[in-house]
Structure formats: C-alpha cells, structure tokens
Write a protein that binds this ligand. Structure first.
Ligand SMILES: Nc1ncnc2c1ncn2[C@@H]1O[C@H](COP(=O)(O)OP(=O)(O)O)[C@@H](O)[C@H]1O
Ligand SMILES: O=C[C@H](O)COP(=O)(O)O
Length: 611
C-alpha cells in the first residue's frame, strides 16, 4: 500500500485551518489551540461546538459557518484534541443559553470532550454532550461496551442541530440536544473501502533526507483485489474483507442489507417503515473520484427503490467525512419521519455558509420536485428534421454509407495504434462508434435517404450522439453544413437531384463553413490534410477516383508533418520514431477520413453516376 503524499515541514492541521479561515471572513482561528469559530453568530443562541481528530475534513472546521457549527476544535490527525483545546473552544463562543458539544463516539474524544464539558459546567456554563453513534458494521454483540462508532452521520447531526440553534431563537439547550438525540437514534451508516490510508508524513525541514516513514508498514493494507465492508475512518477493521472487488451494484446491495435488514438481530438499529421519509447521504471517504461518487449514489438509489421501495426525499452526495484520501465511500440513511419529520427536513434545507455542507436547495424546491423525477424526454426528439426536394438516390447513398462505414471499421485498429501515440488513443473507437451507428441506422431504415437535407440532418444527429471528441465535432459540423448548403440552393433554385458536380459544390460550401471552427489547414497534420485535397480535387475534376487519391495522399503526407493541433501537438517527437519503417506516424484522423472516402469511392464506382 503506498499512498503518495507531498512532504510537509510542519504538522498539517494548523496550515489546513489557516487555509480554511482564508475562505470565509467570518472565521477566526485560535492557532495555539487549533480552534476555529465564527464571528457571525449572536450570543443569544445555543452554541454548537464539534471537533475531534483531524484527517476527516471537512469534518469538523469545514462545518463552521452560518446555520451550522459555531466552533470546531481540531486534534492531531486521528487523535482527539486535548481538554485544554476544547475548553478554549467553549470559551471562544460564550452564550446565554449554553453550548451543545457534538462528538463522535471514540474513546479519546469522549474522555477529552467530556472532561472539558465538566470543567465548563463547574464554571457555570451550561453544556450538553451529544455523542454520535451511526456505524452499523460492528454489531450489538461486539460493540456492547464501547457502542457504535461515529461516522459520516456526524455531518447530518451537525447540519440539523446547527440549523435548529440558528433558526429557532426560542430553542433551549435541551431542545437542541433532544433533537440531536432523536436524529442520532434514527441514523445508520456503513462504509466500504478498497484500502487503508496512510497519514501524510511531516519532515523536520525541507532539506531533510526523505526517509520512508515506518508508519506505512504499520497498517496491513488490503490485498490488490480485496475490499472491506465497514472499515472505520481510522483504518479500524470492519465487518468483513472479501475479494475479488465486486461491481458497485453488488457492493451497494451488500451494504444496504447491513443498514436495513430487520432480520439481522445483531444490527437492525433503525426501523424504516414503508411510509417513512428517508434522507440519504453518499459520502466520499476522500479518495473516490467525483465521477464515481455519483455513480455510487445512482446505484444506491436504484437498489433502495428496487429492493426496499425507498425513494429518499433528500439526497446528499459529496465529501463530508473523510479518512484522509480513503479509497472508499459510506452510505448514511436518516429516518426523517421518526427523527422529527418536516422540521428535520427544514433544518436539512436551512441555508449555510459552511463549505462542508454542499447542498443549498430550499424546502420549496425539494417539495416541488421529487428525487426521481429528473429524467425528461428530449424535446428535440419529436422535432421534425428539415425536409427538402433535394433528391439522393437512396440505394446509391445507402451503398456508399455502408461501404464507407465498413472501410473505417477495417482501419480501426491501425487508427487506434496511431492515436495511442499521437493522441489519447480514442480516435479509432470514436470513428468506429460513428460507423457502427450509421450501419445500425441503415439496418433499421432510420434514414430517409431520398431526401438529401433530411438524411444529412439525421446523419448529423447520429454522428453527434455516437462520436465524442474532436472528430465527432468536426464531422457533425461538416454534415450539418452540407445539408445547409443543399437547403440554400433549393431556396434559390427549387428542388433538384444531387449529382457529383452538385455534391462537389456543396462539399466546398461545407468545407468553408468548417473552416470557421478550426484554424487547421492542409499541412497542419489533421484530418483536414485528407478532407481539403479531397474537396478541392472533386470540385476541379468531378472525378471521385482522383478525389479519393488526393485524400489518400493527403493522409499519407501527414506522416512527415509536425502536429500543430490536437493532442498530437503535445507529443514528443521521439514517440513518432517507432513508425519510421512505414514512413512515419500518420495522423489518425486523416487515416480515418481517407478510409471513409475510399469506401465511398469503391461503392460509387460499382454503382455508377447518380448520388
Ligand atoms: N483543430 C483541429 N482541426 C481539425 N482536425 C483536428 C483538430 N484537432 C484534432 N484534429 C483531428 O482530430 C483527430 C483526433 O480525433 P479524436 O480522437 O476524436 O479527438 P480527441 O483528441 O478530442 O479525442 C486528430 O487525429 C486530427 O485528425
Ligand atoms: O479522529 C479520531 C477521533 O476524533 C479521535 O480518536 P481517538 O479516540 O482515537 O483519539
């Protein structure tokens, strides 16, 4: 296991807090005590203080802000802050009503926060301690004495009690504490991880020799193909390790059983009745990509609905409670109904300036919509394609498209090889995807080939949908411009049959339109090296064979050209040398275009004069 981190010449906690305070002018930092508090909350309210070991950011200081926490106290990474620090935090925000301390159920936290609370009470400061226990991985038999761990449900508790204290000026400390207890008793969380985490190491000075910290060996990380259900946020063991790594659907299904199964007598911590409203939080433990965390959320919502008939009324997705850069995620469910119903929703929706809470949707907006009502039909789907009296011969055009598509597919592996060196390796796949989409459209008879304008507009849609990247954009613009040229001519002269000379003129128009969107011209090592000679030659000669030859020669010429556009322009020259034996590395897009035209030409030659 080798989590790589930058080296730091000071403990990370203080610079992290400094960085955080720079993002919100309301925040103040007691550096010596690692205490962050907000200046914007009035003394008349119940103060909400939280804290614990660092390494779980944005928990806890990231939750300090209007409508949320008033104070946060940061310990060293994965270690509780001292009683002195916590007491300093309590004193930093005096309140007529007292302070509610939200703390995760870890021994060190309980001891230090509890002692600080006792010390504050001894000074006459009203203090209540709210201990968060939301983990379900450790069952009742094992967690008897210690209780359940505090995980990302802590962020949900922060949000609700913070909003209550900020919005309800009549609320007493006990009112807020009781709401917190009601929430905690209806909260369940479980995580899944692909590995342990390593704490970024501190070196004594920048010019010190970087010595591998032996702490990396302390943790027996997971094996390459292993995952762990229920791992804690400090590498604590979970409920089980398993391999191989499953699909996300499968691990989600497994996790939901721990959260929701009523037959698991060692768990079943919260009962979710059919009518109960549920809030869902998908938490990134720090090392899951933003791309994946929403995929995971999608899987959770799908399984919740399919298996349990649960459609959450609130869905939160993001990085709320980390374990440094933990490669995993956790699922938190709150039974809103049993925790307090609409009030709880209003507190979840209550606005906040704290960066740790990333959802700012009002209750009105949530009530207007439903979390599963977002899929809509494309209004364009029914939009009619433009029609015309510009005629193609359907059989001929169908044969050309089929031959062109198959010719490109025959070149896919070569194009991919070339683009793997010159680009990002997806050009072959992109062109193949477009070719297969055209072949499918021909097979399904989705193209109205007799109408040149309509069929070109349909092809534009197909190419746009099937092909991403630069190629997709270029081909779509070109086809759309070709249709526009025919439509323009029809407006001036009425309907007509497309012949080769007519096509040649329209191709010229389309090329001029394309040139508005790219500065690439012949000689710049792009597909233009094939397209431009093809169009110019066809216009000059009305001979598709000569135009095809020009496209091929243009494509071949790119073997000796330096790239000025696209990703190829970033590739070191040495990368190209391996292709010297075949005369140099050609531009993949130009090779693809030449293959397309070659397919057209072979079919056209077979079929004769009309298009
Ligand atoms: N600015 C440009 N103008 C014309 N063609 C370009 C340009 N940039 C790249 N290309 C062409 O696009 C091809 C790469 O296509 P593709 O893989 O779809 O692009 P991407 O790099 O976006 O994935 C290149 O081989 C080149 O022929
Ligand atoms: O981050 C960890 C907790 O806040 C404190 O853990 P501890 O009880 O091991 O000190």
């Amino acid at each position: 296991m080798s989590n790589k981190h930058w080296n730091y010449t000071e403990d990370l906690v203080l610079p992290h807090l400094r960085g955080l305070c720079r993002t919100n002018p309301d925040l103040r930092l007691i550096a010596s005590e690692r205490v962050v508090f907000t200046t914007s909350s009035p003394e008349s309210k119940v103060m909400i203080l939280s804290g614990g070991g660092s390494g779980h950011e944005p928990l806890h200081a990231g939750f300090v802000g209007d409508g949320l926490l008033d104070v946060a106290v940061a310990g060293f990474v994965f270690a509780s802050p001292s009683t002195k620090q916590i007491f300093s935090g309590i004193k930093s925000k005096p309140s007529n009503k007292g302070t509610l301390i939200v703390v995760k159920n870890y021994t060190g936290d309980i001891l230090h926060f509890g002692l600080a609370a006792e010390r504050a009470k001894a000074e006459g400061i009203p203090v209540e301690l709210l201990i968060v226990q939301d983990d379900v991985s450790v069952g009742k038999t094992k967690n008897g004495m210690v209780g359940r761990r505090g995980l990302s449900g802590t962020a949900v508790v922060h949000k609700i009690v913070g909003a209550k204290a900020a919005s309800d000026s009549g609320a007493t400390l006990e009112d807020v504490a009781q709401l917190g207890r009601d929430v905690i008793s209806n909260l369940v969380t479980i995580g899944a991880s692909l590995n342990h985490v390593v704490i970024p190491k501190k070196i004594s000075s920048a010019d010190d020799e970087i010595v591998e910290s032996d702490s990396e060996d302390e943790h027996e990380g997971l094996k390459e193909d292993e995952y762990e259900i229920g791992m804690g946020i400090h590498n604590e063991p979970g409920v089980k390790k398993s391999s191989p790594i499953p699909t996300v659907d499968s691990v989600v299904e497994e996790l939901l059983v721990y959260l929701l199964s009523e037959s698991d007598k060692d768990r079943s911590y919260v009962k979710f009745d059919k009518k109960d409203e549920v809030a869902l939080m998908i938490n990134n433990l720090g090392g899951t990509s933003n791309l994946e965390i929403y995929v995971i959320q999608d899987a959770v919502c799908k399984k919740l609905k399919e298996i349990y008939g649960i459609v959450p009324v609130r869905v939160y997705t993001g990085t709320f409670t980390t374990s440094i850069d933990g490669p995993g995620f956790s699922i938190t469910l709150l039974n809103v109904t049993k925790a307090g119903g609409d009030n709880v929703l209003e507190y979840l929706d209550y606005p906040t300036t704290a960066p740790g809470w990333n959802s700012a949707i009002s209750t009105a907006k949530w009530s207007a919509g439903e979390t599963e009502n977002f899929v809509v039909e494309d209004p364009q789907a029914e939009a009619a394609y433009p029609t015309s009296q510009v005629k193609f011969d359907p059989e001929v055009v169908s044969a050309l498209l089929e031959a062109g598509a198959k010719s490109v597919l025959a070149k896919e592996s070569k194009i991919t090889l070339y683009d793997t060196v010159a680009g990002d390796g997806d050009c072959g796949e992109t062109l193949a995807s477009g070719s297969n989409a055209i072949l499918k459209a021909l097979k399904d008879k989705d193209l109205e080939l007799g109408d040149a304008v309509k069929s070109l507009s349909q092809l534009t849609d197909i190419i746009e949908t099937a092909m991403g990247g630069t190629s997709g954009g270029l081909y779509s613009i070109f086809l759309s411009s070709l249709a526009k040229s025919f439509k323009h001519t029809e407006k001036a002269k009425g309907g007509f049959q497309v012949t080769l000379p007519v096509m040649a003129a329209a191709l010229n128009d389309a090329l001029e339109s394309l040139f508005k969107y790219t500065r690439a011209r012949t000689g710049d090592r792009t597909l233009i090296d094939g397209l431009e000679p093809f169009v110019r030659t066809l216009s000059k000669t009305n001979d598709l064979g000569k135009a095809n030859q020009a496209a091929f020669e243009g494509s071949e010429s790119t073997r000796k050209l330096d790239a000025k556009f696209g990703r190829a322009s970033y590739v070191a020259k040495e990368e190209f040398e391996q292709f010297e034996s075949e005369g140099g590395l050609p531009d993949p897009g130009a090779v693809g275009f030449a293959a397309l035209i070659d397919g057209f030409t072979k079919a056209y030659t077979k079929l004769g004069s009309k298009l």
